[in-house]
Structures are given as structure tokens and as C-alpha cells.
Design a protein around this ligand. Structure first.
Ligand code: NAD
Length: 483
């Protein structure tokens, strides 16, 4: 299939068949809004229910299939994604707006994740223990949870679905995947590859459409035993209330307001690199973005001056242009929100250092310059997630003050520190109230074979990724036998 044909008619995949939707939706290229990337089929509640029924009926067969079969399927999917990373990366860059190298790397990551879980299917953990009673044997085994509803955001439209779908299938669950509305072509491309991987009909289903209708149907259905969600805090909280009330298993990955602490003893250039990368690359549209730069007084002014200088040379432009470092904002409503944040920051007295302007480029797109503010801890721009290329600097008196500021947030996803002090690095790793820490690295940018997730308001439920994914996608059974 040629690339140009890919997105034009993205359909639902339900019970092993491609179906039209009830209505049609469109996705646009945020780098050039004249370009339609996909026309896609939108499902309603009843079509979503068909997918749920198909998944429930198919799950036992898949759940009892051999680990080798599941490994082979996942390996095939991973191999195809990797082989087509350039083509799929171009699609991702066109639909979501991250730069082409970022998009190709994300697709490669999706392929690696499927390959990783191909191996994990063969290593499904279990335990055998001595009983407290004579002659009794005890074992703990893991079984699939059942039907898993996967609700994904737009900002990593290949990698996030991959790190949910791959473990779900590896451990024998069936899946209904709902991509975000802004990125149907990416969701469809992934589903199209999965559809050719010799899964029994109904084990994997793609249902596109609105969160309120398709997503909510998954969350409400008593036949969906688990919901894995990544997205905003507001949606996550709503999902938790409904799904937990009917005792479904729930895993939520939500927002962040990630601190990057820079101590006076840090390598300044390295620290500025970490800040630039963490705050602004991928247009700041990462839940792990470094949106609070907490700088020790001794290096504060030098850091701000150097960061400002480096920001001035960042190239914002069309996602597939070779020179572009920062792509457009994903859509008009996110751009409007970002500009409203710029106005709020100024109105509440944060000192504007640079950026935050609309930019004109040869193609009509959602372009803005990365912005930096000097803020106070109580400013909203320093407390709430922005999800755009906007960061603020907070001044810290010393390490202890910096740590206190870093933890002074309702979020707890990732925290970074730039320092040459082993003592402070070790202390920070231990005392940062987050799920992930970084030393002399940007807060964004993680490995796929280790847990991903946070604490406090950022996450709920077991961690994603690596072998820790088994906690969510399996349920344990304890067996006793008198030998
Ligand atoms: P969103 O919450 O608006 O949507 C996420 C998904 O939920 C979409 O597929 C949407 O259609 C669906 N949805 C919306 N309403 C629903 C409902 N009532 N029931 C079920 N599903 C519903 O978020 P978004 O705008 O797509 O993504 C941006 C947000 O995601 C940011 O806030 C960001 O911090 C967060 N995010 C978090 C992580 C993480 O791992 N912590 C990763 C990426 C993005």
C-alpha cells in the first residue's frame, strides 16, 4: 500500500472486519491546515457495543492460546512497524505535528515495544512456594484480566497505544482501542498492521469517535474488565469514578508539572540543554515536559541569560522541514489555550522573558514561539499543566529550598536535577515525590523496558511498561494442592 493512500479512508475494525462509521470525521495537518490527513469513520454507542461483544466472545480463545503464538503475533507486528518507520513517521508528523525525526523515533519506539512484549509473553511470571501446611503445594499464577478498553491521547499517537496494546495482547486479553480524535490516521495505521497479524477475530478492535460517546461506552460497559487511560486529569477523574464504581480495573496516566532543578554546581551548558529539550521539544506537548525550571540563586541569572539566547535560535516550523526543531501546536484550540496562558501569566505578574508570539510561516499552521517566564511559586502558570511550549523559572535559595519547590505541586510524574554533587543527586532521587527521576537528563525521554508513571495527581493504578505492565494486564490466582 502506498503512503498517499493510507489515511484517506480510515475505518473501524470490529470483530475482524473493516466497517464504516455512523458519521465521518476529518483530521488536518497542523503544519498546513489546508491539508486533510484523514477522513475517518466515527462510531456511536451501538457500534462500540458491537466491538465490546466481539472482544468478550473472542477473549477466552486468546487467553488460552500458547505464549509462543502470542509472542509470534507481537513480534510480527513489531517487525512491520520497524520496517515502515519512515513512512509511518511521516504520517505521524503530518497528523500530530511533531518533527519528522521525533515522529520516526516514536514509531520505532512503538515497534520496539511490541518486540519487547513478544518476549514478555514467554516470560509471564508466576511463583511456587512452600505451604505453611505439610504436604500442600502453593503456586501463584497470572491470568488475563479479560476485555481491556484502551483510551489514548493525541500527543504520542503511536507509542502510547503500543505500550498499552502490546502488553494487553501479550498476557492474553482482548482489546478495544480508542485513539484520540485528532490522530485517527495514526490509530488506523497501527490497527491495520495488527489486523494482519493472525489474531482471532474480535481479539483486537479499533473504534474511533468521541470520548463522550465511544470512550464513555467503554468506561460504562460491565463487559470491559479493565480501562487503561492516558490523557487529561479531568477526563481521568471522570473515568475513575465510573469505572471504579463498577469495580473495573483502572490505570490512569494524566498530567504533570515537572520540575527541573539546576544547582549552582551544575554544568551550565548541559543544564540549559536539558531545559531546552525538556521544556520545548515536541512543542512542549509531553506529560513529562519540564515546565518548572527551579534554579539556584548562584546560577539563576546566568542560566536565564543562556537559555534565552539558545531559545532565540530555535527553529519553529513545518514538522517535516529538515531544519525544524519545534513543530506547530497540535490544533487551534490548544493554540488558543496556550495564548490564554501567556496572557494569564502576564496578568498575574510573572515576568515575561521571551516568546509566546504567534508566528507566520509559508504554510498556514498553528505556530507559536516557545515562551519563558520568571514566576513565583503561587502563580497559576507555575502550578497548572499548560501542555504547550511554555515554561517558567522559579528562583531557589539553596538545594533544600529547590527540593521543597520541586515537591510543591499536586502532580508527581517526573523530576530532574542538574548537579555535579553526588550527595545532592542521591538525596533528590530519594526525596522527589514522583514516579521517575532524572539526573543531568531532561525530564522527558524514557526507556521502554522499565516502569513509566507517577504519583499524586499524575497517575493512578499500576505502572505501565516493562515487566511491571503485568500488574495491570493480569490478575493473580493462588492455587493450593495436597500432593
Ligand atoms: P483528553 O483527556 O481530552 O483525552 C484523552 C482521551 O480520552 C481521548 O481519546 C478522548 O477522546 C478520551 N475521552 C474524552 N472524554 C472521555 C470520556 N468522558 N470517557 C472516556 N474517554 C474520554 O486528553 P488529550 O487532550 O487527548 O491529551 C492531553 C492530555 O493528556 C494532557 O493533559 C497530558 O498531560 C495528558 N497526557 C498524559 C500522559 C501521561 O502518561 N501521564 C501522557 C500523554 C498525555
Amino acid at each position: 500500500m502506498k503512503f498517499g493512500e493510507l489515511p484517506q479512508n480510515a475505518r473501524q475494525y470490529i470483530n475482524g472486519r473493516w466497517d464504516t462509521g455512523v458519521t465521518t470525521g476529518i483530521s488536518h495537518n497542523p503544519s498546513d491546515t489546508r491539508e486533510v490527513v484523514a477522513e475517518y469513520a466515527r462510531a456511536d454507542r451501538s457500534q462500540t457495543e458491537l466491538a465490546i461483544r466481539a472482544a468478550a466472545e473472542a477473549q477466552p480463545q486468546w487467553g488460552y492460546s500458547t505464549p509462543q503464538r502470542r509472542a509470534d503475533v507481537l513480534d510480527q507486528i513489531g517487525s512491520e512497524i520497524l520496517a515502515r518507520k519512515a513512512e509511518l513517521g511521516l504520517l505521524l508528523a503530518r497528523e500530530e505535528g511533531k518533527t519528522l525525526p521525533e515522529a520516526v523515533a516514536e514509531v520505532a519506539r512503538a515497534g520496539q515495544i511490541f518486540k519487547f512484549f513478544a518476549g514478555e509473553a514467554l516470560r509471564t511470571p508466576g511463583e511456587s512456594l512452600a505451604s505453611i501446611r505439610p504436604g500442600v503445594h502453593v503456586d501463584v499464577s497470572r491470568e488475563p484480566v479479560g476485555v481491556v478498553g484502551i483510551i489514548a491521547p493525541w500527543n504520542f499517537p503511536m507509542a502510547i497505544p503500543a505500550w498499552k496494546i502490546a502488553p494487553a495482547l501479550a498476557y492474553g486479553n482482548s482489546v478495544i482501542f480508542k485513539p484520540a480524535e485528532l490522530v485517527p490516521a495514526c490509530g488506523w495505521a497501527l490497527a491495520e498492521i495488527i489486523s494482519r497479524a493472525a489474531l482471532p477475530a474480535g481479539v483486537f478492535n479499533l473504534v474511533m469517535g468521541s470520548g463522550r460517546e465511544v470512550g464513555q461506552t467503554l468506561v460504562d460497559s460491565p463487559r470491559v474488565q479493565a480501562i487503561s487511560f492516558t490523557g487529561s486529569v479531568a477526563t481521568g477523574e471522570r473515568i475513575l469514578q465510573t469505572a471504579a464504581a463498577r469495580r473495573a480495573k483502572v490505570q490512569l496516566e494524566m498530567g504533570g508539572k515537572n520540575p527541573l532543578v539546576v544547582l549552582a554546581d551544575a554544568d551550565l551548558e548541559q543544564a540549559v540543554d536539558c531545559a531546552l529539550q525538556g521544556a520545548y521539544f515536541s512543542t512542549g506537548q509531553r506529560c513529562t515536559a519540564s515546565s518548572r525550571l527551579i534554579i539556584e540563586a548562584g546560577v539563576h541569572d546566568a542560566f536565564v541569560a543562556r537559555l534565552r539566547q539558545r531559545m532565540a535560535s530555535l527553529k519553529v516550523g513545518h514538522a517535516v522541514d529538515r531544519d525544524t526543531q519545534i513543530g506547530p501546536v497540535v490544533d487551534q484550540s490548544q493554540l488558543d489555550e496556550n495564548l490564554a496562558w501567556i496572557a494569564t501569566a502576564k496578568a498575574e505578574g510573572a515576568e515575561h522573558v521571551v516568546g509566546g508570539e504567534l508566528l507566520k510561516r509559508p504554510t498556514p499552521g498553528h505556530y507559536m514561539s516557545p515562551a519563558l517566564f520568571l514566576a513565583k511559586p503561587e502563580h497559576r502558570v507555575a502550578r497548572e499543566e499548560v501542555f504547550g511550549p511554555i515554561a517558567c523559572v522559579l528562583r531557589a535559595d539553596n538545594y533544600e529550598h529547590a527540593l521543597a519547590l520541586a515537591n510543591d505541586t499536586p502532580f508527581g510524574l517526573c523530576a530532574g536535577i542538574c548537579t555535579t554533587s553526588l550527595k545532592h543527586a542521591m538525596h533528590f532521587k530519594r526525596h522527589a515525590e514522583v514516579g521517575m527521576t532524572m539526573v543531568n537528563l531532561p525530564t522527558a525521554g524514557v526507556d521502554y523496558h522499565v516502569p513509566f508513571g507517577g504519583r499524586k495527581g499524575s497517575s493512578y493504578g499500576p505502572r505501565e511498561q516493562g515487566r511491571y505492565a503485568a500488574e495491570f494486564y493480569t490478575t493473580v490466582k493462588t492455587g493450593y494442592m495436597l500432593a
